[in-house]
Design a protein around this ligand. Structure first.
Ligand code: NAP
Length: 309
């Protein structure tokens, strides 16, 4: 069946685009991807989404987003898009061997946590190495953990981990944080948190059987190296946009974020729109993602109105 709109991704951007296109009677089909609900499903309290004065749990918020879109007829499938063809209309989207066609496509595939790129990090992922404190913090009761990074995520993860861990050490490669003042103040006033400045992790020691044992720290301002004992390592060093699927088709910046035309969600291909973190490396908030999801729905609606033969 030829669809009017297919939405790829189901974070705040994708599901807001679904809500608006559903209310415009465009019967959107949403491919939710491998992490339905997006990054908010691996956080706990969301305190900065307007309308929830007491905060709301991330997964709960995303359930509400989905329910609201489905109420108006959006169809959401827990499927991962594996291939696209934007070379002619209708555009084609595949989930494994199954092909779907659509007049317009809204891309809301978000971004994924970055890792250091160490072999040991890969091997110990899920065995003491994590990129999500809110998912795995619970397993580190009365343990010592490291958090890598100096941005808001690192501060947030470090603070969160003090609910469980006996000691949290932030490992940062420079001598100052890039996080916002309020987040830094909160972390620095927490007695369980200390910082290893000008430090990078060169190796993580441990095994899948026994978990993480220690890391090798190399100072970035000298040749000094030392082993730091710990039970877990949490990565909080930023994110990578999920744009591999579009690498030969859509315009991207040097970091792989999709480029949209000024004041719109239009990509370089007509009828293909991008919203949320996949095209935003500046704001990256749930509320800004939702806002741009709404924009892309309106852009798609106008495009479809004007492209009727
Ligand atoms: P970020 O701001 O890009 O910070 C990434 C941090 O990781 C930086 O301190 C960076 O060091 C470090 N880093 C990057 N690559 C590294 C590597 N290979 N080895 C060691 N360290 C590395 O990312 P983020 O903290 O995830 O935040 C992303 C955006 O989300 C920001 O706009 C942030 O404000 C927002 N955010 C907001 C909240 C909140 O308000 N509640 C919470 C989380 C995130 P350098 O500083 O040396 O570059």
């Amino acid at each position: 069946m030829n669809r009017k709109v297919i939405i790829i991704g189901s974070g705040p951007a994708g599901l807001t685009a679904a809500l608006y296109t559903a209310r415009a009677n465009l019967k959107p089909l949403v491919f939710e991807g491998s992490q339905p609900g997006g990054q908010l499903t691996i956080t706990t309290d969301v305190e900065n989404f307007p309308g929830f004065p007491d905060g709301i749990m991330g997964p709960k918020l995303m359930d509400l987003f989905r329910k609201q879109a489905e109420r108006f007829g959006a169809e959401c499938y827990f499927e991962h898009v594996t291939r696209i063809d934007f070379s002619k209309k209708p555009y084609r989207v595949w989930v494994a061997d199954k092909e779907y066609q659509s007049e317009s496509i809204i891309i809301a595939t978000g971004a994924t946590a970055k890792m250091l790129g160490l072999e040991s990090e890969k091997e110990l992922m899920g065995f003491g190495v994590s990129a999500c404190a809110t998912c795995d913090g619970f397993f580190f009761k009365e343990k010592k953990v490291l958090v890598v990074g100096g941005g808001d995520s690192a501060m947030e993860e470090a603070n969160y981990l003090t609910k469980f861990a006996s000691e949290v050490v932030i490992v940062h490669r420079r001598d100052e944080f890039r996080a916002s003042k309020i987040m830094i103040d909160r972390a620095m006033s927490n007695p369980k948190i200390r910082v290893l400045w000008n430090s990078s992790i060169q190796e993580i020691f441990g095994s899948q059987e026994k978990g993480v044992r220690s890391v090798m720290i190399k100072k970035t301002d000298s040749d000094e190296k030392f082993e730091e004992k710990c039970d877990g390592v949490f990565m909080a060093i930023g994110h990578k946009p999920n744009t591999e699927l579009f690498s030969k088709t859509l315009e991207m910046d040097d970091s792989g974020y999709l480029i949209t035309k000024k004041d719109s969600t239009l990509t370089n291909i007509e009828g293909v729109f991008a919203c949320g973190d996949v095209q935003d490396h500046v704001y990256r908030q749930a509320i800004t993602a939702a806002g741009s999801g709404c924009m892309s729905a309106i852009d798609a609606e106008r495009y479809l109105e004007n492209s009727v033969e």
